[in-house]
Design a binder for this molecule. Structure first.
Ligand SMILES: [Zn+2]
Length: 414
């Protein structure tokens, strides 16, 4: 079998295979290169002939480009239905009305602003409609994600996305700007998730080496791409490759510690930062923490964590149901054994040490791409401590922090 990491991106997106991990993998995605209006026309002729296609965009983008995309929709023989949204989805109740009441004859959801990918992903999954992403920048957060989430009325709603996805890439129109820094931040922070995915594999048996290798290759190509002239396009492509690995593992490969810490940091800090940047901050912090945990000799702490109290805190902070949080905590707690923690630490320490030496380079690359220097001054130590302390308790998360919670190290290392 051809190595996944070496496959052409369009072929990889449509590839289906029976994996050694026991699952049948398919990303159910299509990547089309070329003029985006032409690609959009071709896609809609296939998925929405003689019907409606919802065009999701902000007011400013609608004035700037709405006409262009509406023309492409009409050229395909479909009718555009404009849904104008506010970027900060949670604060705009009109957003919810417009999307929940999409007419039944809408056959596709189209989005051309990366800031709205999460909204488009959520609603296309909810309505089981094909999503068409017109990629304009390196930023691809949530694009193709198998589990999509959106904050609606202050509560994070998750949904499993099994709908078809189309990504239209016109290489000449992929622009740089700040999105390259955010894309690099998102991709490079996933190195922590990959460590955690291996840890998850050791303790829970959930592991797919094909997905791991694909994700790892995508991350290293992103790190190398950052210095290239073509950085925005290459970062976008790496992000899509990573999303394919994410799909193969139902999102687990990216549900590591940095993801959970970033979720808790949303309500913290002096200024609001994107999820990608919060993950990046968390990842650099966690590399140090994981390193400290595995380098110090430690025995089992005699005190058992107060699971009920933790579940209460996490439920209150995230809006998740307390019983669901507690069930998740007990499940991960049961998977951890002291003996295995020692073995795993010995296997991973060398690698984490190498990453520790790279964190300065990652931060420098983020700045060179236009990243915000305030990121590393944005969170108070107490806010970071709290985020790291509760991060292992988020549902569906498994990380080195889970091992730290069970060994009592969370209390001491922070
Ligand atoms: Zn597999």
């Amino acid at each position: 079998m051809e190595k996944l990491a070496q496959m052409d991106l369009s072929a990889l997106a449509e590839h289906k295979f029976a994996c050694l991990c026991g699952k049948n993998h398919a990303a159910k995605a299509h990547v089309l290169y070329g003029d985006a209006s032409e690609s959009l026309k071709a896609v809609l002729e296939k998925i929405a002939p003689m019907s409606k296609a919802a065009l999701l965009c902000t007011r400013d983008a609608f004035y700037a480009e709405g006409e262009r995309w509406m023309r492409a929709v009409r050229n395909a023989g479909a009718t555009p239905l404009n849904v104008i949204l506010a970027k900060k989805f949670d604060n705009a109740l009109e957003n919810i009305g417009g999307l929940f009441s999409l007419p039944d004859d809408v056959r596709a959801v189209i989005v051309f602003e990366s800031a709205l990918y999460d909204v488009a992903s959520y609603f296309s999954a909810l309505k089981n409609l094909p999503a068409v992403y017109i990629a304009r920048s390196a930023e691809a957060e949530n694009m193709l994600s198998p589990v999509v989430f959106l904050k609606i009325r202050r509560k994070t709603e998750f949904i499993y996305a099994d709908n078809e996805k189309y990504v239209l890439i016109d290489p000449a129109s992929i622009t740089a700007g700040k999105s390259a820094a955010a894309a690099f931040a998102s991709l490079s922070s996933a190195i922590v998730s990959l460590i955690d995915y291996r840890v998850r594999g050791v303790f829970t048996g959930e592991y797919c080496s094909e997905s791991y290798n694909l994700a790892r290759a995508a991350i290293s190509s992103a790190v190398n791409a950052a210095a290239s002239e073509n950085a925005p396009l290459e970062l976008l492509e790496a992000r899509i490759r990573l999303a394919v690995a994410e799909t193969y593992t139902d999102g687990k490969i990216l549900r590591g510690g940095e993801n959970a810490v970033a979720e808790f940091l949303e309500a913290a800090g002096k200024a609001p930062f994107s999820f990608a940047e919060r993950k990046f901050f968390a990842a650099l912090k966690l590399i140090d923490i994981y390193h400290a945990f595995f380098s110090l000799p430690h025995g089992k702490d005699m005190r058992v964590p107060d699971y009920v109290c933790r579940a209460k805190e996490v439920a209150a902070a995230t809006g998740a149901k307390e019983s669901v949080v507690l069930e998740g905590i007990l499940k991960t707690a049961a998977a951890v054994s002291d003996e295995r923690v020692k073995e795993t630490g010995a296997q991973l320490l060398f690698e984490i040490e190498a990453l520790k030496n790279l964190t300065g380079k990652f931060a420098a690359t983020y700045y060179a791409l236009g990243g915000n220097k305030e990121l590393f001054k944005n969170y108070a130590p107490e806010e970071v401590r709290r985020a790291v302390f509760y991060a292992p308790d988020l549902p569906e998360t498994f990380s080195v922090l889970t091992l730290m919670r069970e060994s009592g190290a969370l209390e001491y290392l922070l």
